[in-house]
Ligand binder design. Structure first.
Ligand SMILES: Nc1ncnc2c1ncn2[C@@H]1O[C@H](COP(=O)(O)OP(=O)(O)OP(=O)(O)O)[C@@H](O)[C@H]1O
Ligand SMILES: CC(C)(CO)[C@@H](O)C(=O)NCCC(=O)O
Ligand SMILES: [K+]
Length: 275
């Protein structure tokens, strides 16, 4: 069995699979899919999470991690201790060659500086279509990446996600935190009439505005009309709604594909084909 881990900023997603690459990432007789909250990387908690894989006859552990070097070393030591295996970490590379021998090219001058979750999500999407595409990963951060028909990464965005937008306000201003602590339920429809609602609805509006501008920029700059939009991440469902609204306003008809496990899918291809 292979254990694939997508270690995000707040959650860790895993897939147990008996074969690589994983074409359809879902729970089945052969595959087990799940996730846990990072719990601030509490040692005991993580040991318990990994212990559940001790009975699975693992041969390899493959990891996508956006954490720093120290955290990777910590995870490596824990996998060695609990599972008796040294995990292999995926990296952003200059080029990825697909199953159909098409090339996906990283646009960064230092390819490894591109977040590996972004690269793997692009790899996952690249294996799903041979058109121009955009990947939006709405997790702790929202990242957007645009890839041409020829597989050239055209660049992207990194934006604070919904929860982070709200937390930065609560953390950065004493008055807002105090007022929010005096709120009960969220009150207001699209405009909040207490602090928590004002902050939450403000964050939603920011994200809606971002999606609207993104659709405008894609419509203006895309090479083709057959752009495919791939959406993933914990807030993916909200992003899908926002993109649909934005497309309706502009009479655009791009297809949207919600792929909750795009990073795990990309991780399985990256290790299966290019390593
Ligand atoms: N149970 C949950 N725990 C934490 N966040 C959640 C949960 N359910 C939905 N979310 C939303 O998902 C977002 C986090 O997304 P995701 O689960 O993709 O996290 P992540 O993998 O840590 O993020 P990233 O991919 O940016 O590292 C949060 O902004 C939050 O709004
Ligand atoms: C932006 C995040 C944090 C999103 O998870 C991750 O992709 C990352 O650490 N990226 C490195 C910076 C970059 O992609 O340019
Ligand atoms: K993300």
């Amino acid at each position: 069995m292979y254990l694939l881990l997508d270690l995000g900023n707040s959650r860790c997603k895993y897939l147990l699979s008996d074969a690589l690459p994983v074409v359809v990432v879902q729970s089945s007789e052969e595959n087990e899919l799940g996730s846990w909250d990072n719990q601030s990387f509490n040692q005991d908690f993580w040991e318990r999470q990994l212990q559940r894989f001790q009975s699975k006859k693992l041969s390899k552990v493959f990891v996508s991690s956006v954490a720093g070097k120290e955290r990777k070393e910590w995870l490596e030591a824990m996998c060695q201790q609990v599972l008796g295996l040294t995990p292999l970490f995926a990296e952003s590379t200059d080029t990825y060659v697909s199953e159909k021998l098409r090339r996906l090219s990283n646009s960064y001058d230092s390819p490894m500086a591109l977040g590996v979750d972004r690269w793997l999500a692009m790899v996952g999407a690249f294996e799903l279509c041979d058109t121009e595409f955009v990947v939006i990963d709405a997790g702790t951060a929202i990242t957007t990446d645009w890839v041409s028909v020829a597989g050239q990464h055209q660049g992207g965005h990194i934006v604070a996600g919904g929860r982070m937008l709200q937390q930065s306000l609560l953390g950065g201003t004493g008055g807002i935190a105090w007022s929010a602590s005096h709120d009960g339920e969220l009150k207001g429809e699209s405009f909040g009439v207490n602090t928590s609602a004002a902050v939450a609805l403000g964050a939603e509006t920011m994200i809606k505005g971002y999606c609207g501008q993104l659709m405008k920029d894609i419509a203006d700059q895309a090479e083709t009309k057959a752009v495919k939009l791939f959406v993933t991440g914990g807030d993916g469902d909200f992003i899908v709604t926002c993109l649909q609204e934005a497309m309706k306003e502009r009479q655009l008809e791009y297809s949207i594909s919600y792929q909750p496990h795009l990073v795990l899918k990309g991780l399985s291809y990256w290790f299966s084909l290019n390593n």
